[in-house]
Design a protein around this ligand. Sequence first.
Ligand SMILES: Nc1ncnc2c1ncn2[C@@H]1O[C@H](COP(=O)(O)OP(=O)(O)O)[C@@H](O)[C@H]1O
Ligand SMILES: [Mg+2]
Length: 248
Amino acid sequence: MTTAPILTVQDLSAVFPDNNGGLRALQNVSFEICPQEFICVLGPSGSGKTTLLRILAGLLKPTSGKVDFGNGRQPRIGMVFQQANLMPWRTAIQNIMLPLELDGMDHDAAKERARKLIDLVGLQGFESSLPRDLSGGMAQRVAIARALIHDPDLLLLDEPFGSLDALTRERMWTELSRIWQARQKTVIMVTHSIEESLFLADRVLVLTQRPGRIKLDLTVDIPRPREDEMRYTSHFGELAKKLKEAIG
Ligand SMILES: Nc1ncnc2c1ncn2[C@@H]1O[C@H](COP(=O)(O)OP(=O)(O)O)[C@@H](O)[C@H]1O
Ligand SMILES: [Mg+2]
């Protein structure tokens, strides 16, 4: 049985106006994503990764091409950026609740939902902490929980662990895999770490230097759960080599 794609991107191009005929950020990008797939987008800086996510989130209109969400309706989308962007005067749980409050949801109902997400992202005991008292990894968990509060169909992550130290980053990989499996979300995550993409993704899309085109669409056939030891296997090495060569 084949599943219908949740997202079809067709011949997408993005050109930003400049004084020199336009800056081409993305060129003829096409791909499909199935429900509950975990996709990583890898590419050198300036290859249009953030531009692609902004188009998918509906924050930016492509210059040409189409973004088609399976059943015709705009899906609910949750987005997480490189910085957690929390409101400094709100506690962890108040930050997570914010999107529901803006929607006018009843306070107690919103709090109840936020509490479940606190558990999901492993922040029990830090509900009332202010952002300044949270570590970088914790702040990113709050941002992930906030992105999940609307129960989005599609989770877009733009280098969410880029500012974390290596150890915390690896812990976050395990957390994110767990959340992804528990919530059965479709995820598109931008990263520039080959290792990160091999720990997390079902498929890795590699973009070329600007303008970004898809250079490689690699299926990561490493069984889950993925453990630390897998990085010493020859198969991991082969996949990493393919990605490295594609990035150039
Ligand atoms: N709003 C914008 N206006 C003009 N140029 C932009 C804008 N956003 C991105 N760009 C340019 O488009 C290219 C791709 O940017 P971006 O998508 O941020 O790349 P990446 O996330 O892969 O580093 C870069 O050269 C960047 O300077
Ligand atoms: Mg970027």
